[in-house]
Design a protein around this ligand. Structure first.
Ligand code: SF4
Length: 575
């Protein structure tokens, strides 16, 4: 638990009070850090200070899994239980820690709380654990005290690839500070941008063919153009760093290793659309990236790269960092805005779109971390040279997060269009323990399965689209032929059932029904009619849900039903 005192909390709350409701999540984080949990009295104090009705303060606390209304103990461990960590024995790790900590609680040792968690963004270190929000690679042989000690050194991600443009300064086990960033052409693209018109910058981004790297693949230049033309001020640039797709960890590595590249991308975006304020929204489980990004913003401010009239120009821009609190849905852009505004992360109906009605109802550009990291690169290289990478329809480099049954899990940067086989056999050094390849889940929980017949399919937007697989955020989780895939299907169904925000019925009820059927499938005992029910519920969610979570909650399972129908059929004796 933090050593903060209640008086430090009171002074933090006083400084947050002028910001009103938008400071609600920061105030709740501060309270939890100071007291270990958020008591009813403290919740009331926060509500009074920020002018938020108490019922709504409680509503927000309950929405986010990382906030607690009861004392939770001195040590808090989160054990990942999503597919990549499950393959590496996460269930055994969880049981071992529960067994050990039960002993600790009954003895003199401090109380320890252990919970299963959705993907922690540490898939290359599976089985992964967060100890007091700091990452550790676990092993069933470790005690929980050894795990606590292990967080002193952060697990290091292997970074490699055919090109090293976005990751040129990543994977060296250090964070690039401002001075080193400057020595490596850092902020040159922004300086260059200031000498051009905003329209010229937008044109360059359009010419580059850059599309969003967070999964939606929307053309970045068009998005910027729409926000630049939208009436209304102030305008905002938001960096979506709420990376929570099971299997994804690329944004974490970019933030931890090269934070200024993201700030430079935001500066260029802000100049291009006429924004004066930016937010970086980082998932609550990413305490380390939060600290690194906070330090980078302070460095940039001190160095004159953020603030008033930057480099003597007429352009002013400031950045605020916000921490989420454990809600996958906040990766959805409008849910993320709600969260910054101090509300539960419920997605908004679209249209209107964020470029005209975004954060605080104002024109907003929201881009993913990797997308923003591409921006300085494009300006430095020029759009034409950038387009030499990748395919004509999918230009540029792409980061792929490779995990599961491969010998060398890690973050790989390649030109879009290389075959899946190259990622697995060459970069990932082939299948672990020599077991043959069975399947890869591409695109995370919202993705689809590839089989051996897809190994030579190019990893480009158009190449994968032809075989019905989304590229998504660039997640590849590999399963060998020894694996019972029903376990992965069940974990995916459970993930969506837990993460559905409940705002619309198709997803709220559909994810629960899907989970119930997948429980039976996992046991090898689907009922007659379950096949039809699963199809029905899956397509209903796909067609009728109001946001991307519900619209993709069945995609992996529907793709699995095509590839392995027998796994979903009732045993012969039931038929
Ligand atoms: S689709 Fe699911 S996550 Fe999205 S708004 Fe509806 S209930 Fe919430």
């Amino acid at each position: 638990m933090s050593q903060s005192t209640p008086s430090s909390f009171e002074s933090t709350l006083s400084s947050l009070a002028p910001h009103g409701r938008t400071a609600l999540l920061p105030a709740l984080h501060a309270a939890q850090e100071a007291f270990g949990y958020i008591s009813d009295q403290v919740a009331a104090q926060i509500g009074r200070a920020l002018g938020v009705p108490l019922a709504e303060v409680f509503g927000v606390i309950e929405f986010y899994t990382l906030f607690h209304r009861q004392p939770v103990g001195e040590v808090f461990l989160h054990v990942c239980n999503d597919p990549a960590c499950a393959l590496a024995g996460a269930d055994t790790v969880f049981k071992q820690i529960v067994f050990q900590t039960a002993e600790a609680v009954s003895g003199e040792a401090p109380a320890v709380r252990v919970e299963k968690s959705a993907c922690l963004g540490l898939c290359d270190h599976a089985p992964a654990v967060l100890v007091q929000s700091l990452p550790a690679k676990a092993s069933p042989a470790q005690t929980w005290q050894e795990l606590v000690a292990a967080t002193a050194t952060r697990p290091l991600t292997y970074v490699d690839g055919d090109v090293r443009l976005l990751t040129a300064l990543c994977g060296r086990h250090t964070t690039v500070r401002l001075e080193e960033y400057r020595q490596n052409q850092g902020y040159q693209a922004f300086e260059q941008a200031l000498k051009q018109s905003p329209a010229a910058i937008i044109e360059t981004i359009k010419q580059s063919g850059l599309v969003g790297r967070g999964g939606a693949a929307f053309p970045t230049g068009l998005k910027w153009e729409s926000a630049a033309r939208a009436p209304g001020t102030p305008k905002y640039v938001v960096c979506n760093a709420d990376e929570a797709e099971p299997g994804a960890f690329k944004d974490r590595v970019l933030m931890e290793d090269n934070p200024h590249a993201i700030l430079e991308g935001m500066l260029i975006a802000a100049y291009a659309i006429g924004a004066s304020k930016g937010y970086i929204y980082i998932r609550g489980e990413y305490l380390l990236p939060y600290r690194v990004m906070t330090a980078a913003v302070e460095e940039a401010q001190a160095g004159g790269w953020l603030g008033e009239r930057i480099l003597g120009s007429d352009f002013s821009f400031e950045i605020e960092i916000r921490r989420g609190a454990g809600a996958y849905i906040c990766g959805e852009e409008t849910a993320l805005f709600e969260s910054i505004e101090g509300k539960r992360g419920f997605p908004r109906l679209k249209p209107p779109f964020p470029t005209t009605h975004g954060l605080f109802g104002k024109p907003t550009v929201i881009n993913n971390v990797e997308t923003l990291a591409n921006v300085p690169l494009i300006l430095r290289m020029g759009a034409e040279a950038y387009r030499q990478l990748g395919t004509p329809q999918s230009p540029g480099p792409k980061l792929f997060c490779l995990s599961g049954d491969v010998n060398r899990p890690g973050l790989y940067e390649v030109p879009l269009g290389v075959p899946l086989r190259h990622l697995i056999e060459d970069l990932g050094q082939g299948m672990r323990h020599g077991h043959p390849f069975q399947a890869a889940l591409i695109g995370g929980a919202a993705g689809a399965f590839a089989t051996p017949e897809h190994l030579d399919v190019p990893l480009s937007f158009e190449g994968l689209r032809q075989v019905g697989i989304p590229l998504g955020a660039g997640v590849i989780t590999v399963f060998n032929a020894q694996r019972d895939l029903r376990d992965a299907f069940y974990r995916l169904a459970r993930f969506f059932a837990e993460e559905s925000c409940g705002k619309c019925y198709p997803c709220q009820m559909g994810t629960q029904r899907q989970l119930e059927i997948m429980e039976r499938v996992l046991q090898g005992k689907p009922l007659p009619g379950d096949w039809e029910r699963l199809q029905d519920v899956g397509w209903t969610m796909t067609d009728a849900s109001i946001c991307g979570l519900g619209q993709t909650a069945a995609s992996a399972i529907l793709s699995a039903m095509q590839h392995w129908p027998d796994l979903f059929r009732p045993p012969a004796e039931y038929q």
